[in-house]
Design a protein around this ligand. Sequence first.
Ligand SMILES: Nc1ncnc2c1ncn2[C@@H]1O[C@H](COS(=O)(=O)NC(=O)[C@@H](N)CS)[C@@H](O)[C@H]1O
Ligand SMILES: [Zn+2]
Length: 489
Amino acid sequence: MAENKKETGKNDAGKEAVLPPKSEFSEWFNSIIDIGQIMDVRYPVKGLYVWYPFGFGIRKRVYNIIRDVMDNSGHEETLFPLLIPETEFMKEADHIKGFEDEVFWVTHGGVTPLDVRLALRPTSETAIYPMYQLWIRSHADLPLKLYQVVNTFRHETKHTRPLIRLREITSFKEAHTVHATWDDAKNQVDEAVGLYTDIYRQLSVPVLISKRPDWDKFPGGDYTIALDTIMPDGKTLQIGTVHHLGTNFAKTYDITYENAEGEQEYANQTCYGISERSIAALISVHGDDKGLVLPPAVAPIQVVVIPVLFKDTTEAVMKACNDVVESLRKTGLRVEMDASDMRPGAKYYKWELKGSCLRIEIGPRDLEKNSAVLVRRDKGEKQFVSLDGIAETVGAELKQMADDLYTTAEEKMNAMIVPCETVEEVVAQIGKGVATLPWCGCEECGMKIEEETNGSILGTPNLETEIKKGKCPGCGKEADQTVYIAKMY
Ligand SMILES: Nc1ncnc2c1ncn2[C@@H]1O[C@H](COS(=O)(=O)NC(=O)[C@@H](N)CS)[C@@H](O)[C@H]1O
Ligand SMILES: [Zn+2]
């Protein structure tokens, strides 16, 4: 059924809700999704939501960045069918176990029952790999690096939320690559982690990279590297995953190639995915009490020009404002002018809520000095700039804003990662951020630590960070690994 009122951002009286403070993050997020015109949560199927055009404008630019990074790193975009026959879906045992509770099935064509049930893809390994089996013959066909941006369907039983946990994942970018050797696939995993880090740097979103523990890797995979970010409420959000599949799927789907010596070998594969959680992350990490704060690269409105009008100077001010709008648009910027008769304060509130990056105010006094007032959405302070060369000034300001958004978010994230030595210290830390803890690396201790801290092990740092010397809290042995623990979405 339609989400309850709280999720629609409307209060009980159904009146336009005012945005809660960001410190009440869960309510803030639900409200910004609605009054920030991102998604409409009232669609009458649980876990399915509708993109408002404004939110879709953000999605479009985020996925332009994702496609640009993928296309410029040897991948080709393609498109596979949505429906997967049960016969193919059920082939890879671990994969099935991991997804059997989440798959939506199509059982009828009209009133006619289908002789083979069709799965709505939860992810596309079982749609793609039977075709890879037909396409790949020789080592000369490798590496094969394809991706698609599609909707996928997972009957999530945990709490569904727009952008964070959907039953129809509307913006699922999945890459599926094929290589000759295990090491070639490992190199691809490392490259993919770098690509995802680049994508998130362009969204000014800092990421924590870790190798998921074996019990939390991708069903049917060898190992998983995950990118998480820390949300304002201290919980982590998994915003990208890269899986080394080894030859597991190649053996199941008989994907073999003739090597240079003329022998048949099983291929090694990887797959890696990003979803609209990328948008949940950028909205959550950068937003504030006044609403959206959007990185200029993805903001539907980068600059709003506001004329300060008095009767006798309206014409001159309007002309100056139009000239500024023109000169900015000529450089490709997305600019709006707000000459409405709303009070200035109401205008500021409206455009700040929508996350427009810069506000330019021009009034008669500014005109006398051939200047304008420029206010950056993330900083909020007034700058007086010359009208001469204003397009260059604005361009430089937006670039600086993207860098500052990243630096600020990275500092905030790093401050939320606290080294701990005991379970008690971890319990005090998680829920406010991420704890690191010495760990012997064995699953039994890992499960025990999760249980005693009521947290989740994100995994071990992917980079060779220094190992926190100390004893594993599970068994007391000298630890040779460090583990990240947090509450996860
Ligand atoms: N229900 C969901 N709603 C929104 N995003 C999701 C959901 N489930 C997973 N994701 C996102 O999709 C990413 C990839 O999903 S996954 O299961 O980890 N990996 C795969 O499906 C692999 N086939 C790589 S494409 C996850 O890292 C997570 O960020
Ligand atoms: Zn141990």
